[in-house]
Design a protein around this ligand. Structure first.
Ligand SMILES: Cc1cc2nc3c(=O)[nH]c(=O)nc-3n(C[C@H](O)[C@H](O)[C@H](O)COP(=O)(O)OP(=O)(O)OC[C@H]3O[C@@H](n4cnc5c(N)ncnc54)[C@H](O)[C@@H]3O)c2cc1C
Ligand SMILES: C[S@@+](CC[C@H](N)C(=O)[O-])C[C@H]1O[C@@H](n2cnc3c(N)ncnc32)[C@H](O)[C@@H]1O
Length: 619
């Protein structure tokens, strides 16, 4: 396992005699005993002159060291709301020992003025898994990116441009790792020109370290009984993110990838032209009646499982936000059972849960009897139960994305894009007859395998992988309650039929249904739910064929296409067998890249997903 992503050791909530939140591990208090929120206001908000500054910018980014109980974050969010500022706030905070959500409730109880915001934070608060977690509030106006892990390691993984820093580790004498040369170097790397910082400490080592890293520091009056505090401004050489003045994008393809990209851009106030060759969204890979949205964990926390688990958590929050706005997709309840393949696999599943202390609301091991009770029918063996995982209808996920775009997405259906041409710094999108369908500064290719038809993307190693699902009419007395998976999957009856999937036919272009695949799906079913398909033959099944867009390393292809004269051309491709789980986070990555906002996942993951990886491998 990479040393950057060690299992998280949570903080224990303790209070000192005067009721101040206290860390027995560091033997220090989390904030001044004379008022946590007043301290946040004085030291961090006023110390960075935030109220005057954030109205002047479209998007303002704060990077904090030490999320703790999130009180600085809540105070900042409240101040932004009260100031009725127009800007969008990105608050990025690193924390090695996060509290459990239940502890946050106990801590925040002491601040009744934050009740409503605290409830929202706790509702979205992630399980304590190492790495990045992105949460949105107030319709996307406020974004919190939590980096769970050690400050130096996690900040090194952050791609962002910060306007201000809140330096809030414990006292330098008790918590030197938070004030190290490595941490200061990362802050300098992240600083925009003239980025400011504020902290409660004026320890000589901190002043010296920050100065060495390129910050000009000075003292101001401290909070309450502290005579002084430190403020600073970055004076070193800083690269600023390129700003796109025209907030308009063209997205090609209206499957899960394209509709999710359109939605994530629209939430940022971008206008999107979505072009689809069919007369409706979700007619190809995203057109199956159902699939599973579920996480994957691994003992070595490898790239695939890291991305899939982060994407699953993000997708759950994304769907919840759409649902809250009355636009949620069609999905099931009761979780998903992943049956163990054999005793070894079951043992491995248990070790993963133990190693990462995965909580029961995320995943729970269940023996065969309990699994059968959850499923409502006999199952083949013990399993992992993911209570928050769901079966869902992908086409309704696409529609939810479009409905949740606040009217900023206009859809052009029935137009097949044949050519992309760059003229005078703008992209022209043309059909086969040479007619211009749209033009603009930014184009996102979200058209799965068909992207390689464009010369700009022809070099991407993408391939179609055929998949056939079977539909089995619900049988009397066989009442499957939740989705079950193993090598394949089966859903409860949806509109009277169970969806059973799926074949994985490489190098096969056959668009029609094949009997062999129907039979193989029945075998998958029998291996999961013995007897459930008794009396059913392949001729009695319906089904559907679709093609997955896969890259050769089976990871998505997300980011800017490299090459001279290709500025503004992005990809959200190769969602493979996991697009329902991956699409929302994949789109958030692409939207963040386009807008130059802080990235929602670690740099090492971004590198593993970037189109450039294929060129590097070739070299
Ligand atoms: C059998 C099967 C089972 C699956 N099961 C699951 C599952 O259980 N869980 C899960 O998470 N994922 C699952 N997936 C994966 C998921 O469905 C896909 O990853 C996802 O649908 C891909 O979405 P997409 O938007 O990238 O591609 P698509 O949905 O294929 O969308 C691409 C769109 O681009 C359009 N287009 C292409 N070229 C052009 C052009 N030149 N001009 C205009 N429009 C164009 C196409 O018409 C199409 O609508 C499954 C996939 C299959 C095939
Ligand atoms: C003073 S508290 C932060 C209080 C917080 N800003 C708030 O508003 O509640 C300092 C935090 O730094 C965290 N911390 C200590 N060492 C760390 C490290 N090496 N990396 C990341 N976080 C660390 C602690 O766990 C603690 O939560």
């Amino acid at each position: 396992m990479s040393p950057d992503f060690q299992p998280i050791v949570p903080a224990a909530a303790s209070f000192s005699a005067d009721g101040t939140l206290y860390s027995p591990q560091f033997d220090d208090v989390y904030a001044s005993s004379q008022g946590t929120l007043a301290q946040a206001q004085h030291v961090f908000l006023n110390g960075n002159d935030l109220l005057e500054r954030w109205n002047k910018s479209g998007s303002f980014t704060i990077v904090e060291t030490g999320f703790g109980a999130g009180l600085n974050f809540l105070a900042t969010w409240r101040a932004l709301r009260n100031a009725a500022a127009d800007s969008r706030l990105h608050f990025v905070s690193v924390e090695k020992h996060p509290f459990h959500g239940r502890d946050l409730e106990r801590i925040h109880e002491r601040h009744p003025e934050l009740r409503e915001m605290s409830a929202q934070l706790r509702e979205r608060y992630p399980p304590l898994l190492p790495g990045f977690h992105r949460l949105h509030f107030d319709g996307g106006r406020v974004t919190l990116t939590l980096l769970f892990g050690d400050a130096a390691l996690m900040l090194h993984q952050l791609q962002a441009r910060a306007d201000a820093f809140f330096l809030d580790g414990f006292a330098p004498s008790k918590n030197p790792q938070m004030w190290s040369k490595e941490v200061f170097a990362e802050l300098a790397r992240l600083a925009r020109p003239d980025a400011t910082l504020a902290t409660y400490t004026v320890a000589a080592a901190v002043c010296h370290g920050l100065t060495e890293a390129g910050f000009e520091v000075g003292k101001r009056a401290g909070f309450a009984n502290k005579r002084e505090m430190l403020c600073g401004r970055f004076r070193g050489a800083a690269a600023d993110a390129p700003l796109r003045n025209e907030r308009r994008a063209i997205v090609i393809g209206a499957g899960l990838a394209g509709t999710a990209c359109a939605q994530r851009l629209a939430e940022r106030g971008w206008s999107v032209q979505l072009i689809e060759r069919h007369r409706a969204p979700a007619q190809e890979g995203s057109g199956n009646p159902a699939g599973l949205v579920r996480p994957v964990f691994s003992l070595d926390w490898n790239t695939h499982s890291r991305f899939t688990s982060a994407a699953f958590l993000y997708a759950s929050r994304h769907q919840a936000a759409l649902e809250e706005a009355g636009m949620g997709p069609i999905h099931g309840e009761g979780g998903v059972l992943q049956l163990a393949r054999d005793a070894n696999h079951f043992d491995k599943q248990q070790r993963i849960i133990e190693q990462f202390s995965l909580s029961a609301d995320l995943v729970k091991v269940v023996q065969t009897r309990e699994a059968a009770e959850l499923a409502g029918v006999p199952v083949a063996g013990p399993a992992c139960w993911f209570p928050q995982a769901v079966w869902a209808n992908p086409a309704s996920m696409c529609r939810s994305n479009l409905d949740g775009s606040g009217g900023l997405v206009s859809c052009l259906y029935g137009h097949d894009v044949a050519l992309l041409r760059r003229t005078d710094g703008r992209w022209e999108v043309l059909d086969g007859a040479g007619e211009e369908l749209a033009s603009g500064p930014v184009v996102v290719l979200a058209n799965a395998n068909m992207a390689i038809r464009f010369s700009q993307a022809a070099w991407l190693p993408l391939r179609p992988v055929r998949g056939q699902i079977s539909l089995m009419r619900q049988q009397p007395g066989r009442n499957l309650r939740i989705a079950v998976c193993r090598e394949g999957y089966v859903t409860p009856a949806i509109d009277g039929a169970h969806c059973i999937g799926a074949s994985f036919n490489e190098e096969m272009a056959e668009p029609k249904m094949r009997t062999e695949d129907q039979m193989a799906n029945l075998q998958r079913l029998e291996a999961m739910l013995p007897g459930f398909g008794e009396g059913i033959t392949s001729e009695m099944l319906g089904g559907r064929v679709a093609f997955r867009g896969m890259s050769f390393d089976r990871l998505p292809v997300l980011g800017a296409l490299p090459g001279e004269g290709q500025d503004g051309l992005f990809t959200c491709l190769a969602l493979g067998s996991r697009g329902m789980t991956w699409a929302a986070l994949a789109a958030e990555i692409v939207a963040s890249r386009i807008t130059g906002e802080p990235m929602p996942v670690e740099g090492s993951l971004l590198n593993a997903l970037d189109p450039v990886r294929f060129l590097k491998k070739k070299r």
